[in-house]
Design a protein around this ligand. Sequence first.
Ligand code: APR
Length: 368
Amino acid sequence: MALQISALFSYLRAPLGPGPLSRVCADFQGPGVRFKHMFSHLGGNQATSPVRGHIKAALRAEKFSTTTATAIWKSSQVKGSSSPRGTRGWLGKVALGAALGVSTVALVQSLHTGTVTAMAGKVNLNSAEGDWKKTKDNLLSLSVKDRRQHYSTANFVPLEAVSVWTPTAGSSEQTLCQRNEKLDQKISLYSGDITKLEVDAIVNAANKTLLGGGGVDGAIHRAAGPMLKKECASLHGCETGEAKITCGYRLPAKYVIHTVGPIAQGGVGEEEKKALRSCYKNSLTTATKNAARSVAFPCISTGVYGYPPEQAVHEALATVREYLDEHHDKLDRVIFCVFLPTDKELYLQTLPLYFPAAPTEATVKSKL
Ligand code: APR
């Protein structure tokens, strides 16, 4: 409904051409919401006037109270109204709005204020009250500009502010992968708080309950607000290596992809390696399934879960490299978000092994 309202108001504010409600094609697009209205001159034969047609259609469709629609329709036929922007144009619009089941008072209010806020109401993201599904739909239907009003942080980091990591030529003699120039602009190494990143999806190193915890999990839940936990509770947990997606709510990230890393306190075997790779692979698959084209990973399992970072970095980079080789068209950016200086060093040393630079002249010569 909120989407219908916002689609409607984007039309109601649209400038009208000459002549009473002259030929206007309003095409309200939106998921499940599509209104296409062609209005020709209102002054013509009333019986064929499209506005009357629309009200009748809406009455049928919306079982709308005839009182409001008829009253508005009659008053919009007042002769002598001046320009289309005068009463006739204005009332014709209200008639359309009314026919779409939107209260006249609010319409008048919005026509004067030109904002939809009065209609859609502010979503209170600080409270665990309210329906997380409606809140999620509302937030995901907003433009980035409008979503920014709901962020819990003012100092978010837009994607364009996250520099692309490019391998310096010859930065490492031996490489573990062939060069793939298609991936040159796809990788970033970002040092800082993942909850500030304004990307399509951030990955959360969660636990099996998905109900929050410490570390990056705690930081994400704090920044997202209580609605995140409400949606997570509806997912009924997550197995190690699996990944599940939710809305980002008050985060600058549109989505959160929750994954559960292996606990490697007692050392790392094949099972832990496989589980960690699954976290990265399933998170990327979940991202691309939801058309998320920029994804940021923390160093999964290397905190509380005790996976040695110098081993985890290889599972992370090898899996992301393998996925990008196959699906580079589905992702614009994969960001490795490191929080500790030691992790930053580790990634700087290891990235060139998996994402090698073009060979320099010297290295080419040395191989001849
Ligand atoms: N932004 C980015 N990275 C962060 C942030 C942050 N705000 N906070 C912590 N990190 C880093 C840590 O420095 C570590 O490198 O995230 C990495 C993962 O550490 P943990 O958060 O401890 O995650 P993990 O080791 O996978 O353990 C998961 O810890 O928090 C609980 O509920 C969580 O039970 C789960 C377990």
